[in-house]
Design a protein around this ligand. Sequence first.
Ligand code: PEP
Length: 257
Amino acid sequence: MKKFLLGTNWKMNKTLAEGLAYSAALMTIIGKYPQFEFFIIPPYTHLWKIKEALAAQKSPLKLGAQNMHEQDSGQFTGEISPLMLAEIGVDIIELGHSERRQYFNESDEAVNRKARAALKHGFTPLICIGEQQADKDYGVSKEMLAKQLKIALTDVPAAAIGQFWIAYEPVWAIGVAGTPAAAAYVEEIHDFLRRVLIDRYGPSGAAVPLLFGGSVNIDNARDYARLANVDGLFIGRSAWEPELFEAIMVALGTITK
Ligand code: PEP
């Protein structure tokens, strides 16, 4: 049985000292919840030190980066390459988060190039997709999501199934200004994404892990997690304190899929 995925992106939060304290606390906590596979996605500057701490404890906690350039090296000031992240021993590369798309003009095509580069270097790309409020209002959410998903996975072969994850994060549900999505809506969209993946890859497409994120909290986490097509939760604010994250683990209990 596949473990339910549970992870958090810290965005541009936490000093290194805070990040190390968080990681130490989380490493202890997760031992009590073997039903989940955990990951954290800190800022780049924290990755080396946190990786050392994880390795020292032989922790199963997976480590991710919030972005990555697709080239191995070059004239790209301010960017971080796959080789640099591979040296650290990062497991996951988050790609296409709505904040990257909104504030850094990251396109579907760029997400695709990065996803292919991440796979080539043996990482797990965690590809984020999500529709805007206006898309939802115009009734074109599924079209927008299918476009994002299909472009992100262009030239990603079926052989890569199992090596990449998809996070559905409706933009209108993310962050302090977000409105939590209704569980029924999340299931409708995840079922749709599953079918897009099956159309694209055949039956093996059903094995692509689909995570949900956007204002997940202690009150709604279980409602989302029990949905048939939700394979994991990707959490922001509500997982930024180890105790609050643990409260969500307790609320989730046992998730069998
Ligand atoms: C996010 O930004 O990806 C996210 C899920 O944030 P939050 O849980 O804080 O809405």
